[in-house]
Design a protein around this ligand. Sequence first.
Ligand code: PHE
Length: 337
Amino acid sequence: LNKKISAEIDHSTNIDLVENIRVHLLGKKGELTKILKGLKDLTPSEKPVVGQLANQIRTQLEAEIADKKNSLEELKLNAKLATEKIDVTLPGRSFQIGTKHVLQQIQDQIEDHFLSQGFQVMYGHEIETDEYNFERMNLPKDHPARDMQDTFYLTPNTLLRTQTSAMQARAMDQHDFASGPLKMISPGKVYRRDNDDATHSHQFHQIEGLVVGRKITLADLKGTLQALTNELFGRGHAMRFRQSYFPFTEPSLEVDISWNIVDDQTAAEDIEWIEVLGAGMVHPNVLKMAKIDSEKYSGFAFGLGPDRFAMIKYGIDDIRHFYLDDLRFLKQFSQVG
Ligand code: PHE
């Protein structure tokens, strides 16, 4: 009996078969179990002989079963490891990852430029109060110039900011002028109630700049902007200043940059100008509201349109390309910046 079973165990190729043999032999109704239960019917002289033999067989077969189970487990594991093996030398499968949007790239470049000039970057709030967006910018409630920026109001006193200038007063409030001049830029989205077309969008981007300190002049503003455009575009693009009006600057300017590359030989009528920013010297009223002594301190501010900067830098002729999510357009900028 035990030889036959040993061979059966040996030939079993899976654990279930081995378990079957165990149940048939050693289970409650198993053959060997029956023999052991039948011991009581044997004669006293047979009992010890048969009992000893049966126990011996049981111990032996139990051990064989356990061994077989172990080796089968091991085989199973090895087979599993073999099929799940990873060949780390195979080339990876390529997949598409996103890249930075061209507007984000321009914003990063402008931030880097100003950081290198000792400016801090302050991110403001797209939801602003009427106080910071308008009143602190020298635009009291009934000021006619409020019409220049048709506003999305959320409540009578909160709105979607129409200009990053809203960060000017917050920056002045926070700054400790005893530690030196305030130099900051503030990039972000702004909102106006416009009908969208080729040159207008109800949401667009601005980067505010503000410097307040001792003896800050219009020449500093001009030099700051010239340094930015030189770095961003190289030297071929001309820049011009036009007189303008903003309630929070005096004097106020608008700045154009030439769309085309020009030099001294270029005729004036061949220069294509594109307006890129508003700027000026901080109005004394704005300083006063920030409790800054306008006799002692002066400053300049500008609000530039990064969308326009990107158009000039990359020769993009329609502002809507930025917002249409056309991969053929966006992919052209996956390697730059
Ligand atoms: N906030 C102005 C605008 O949105 C731009 C500006 C900023 C002008 C700072 C002067 C100084 O049109």
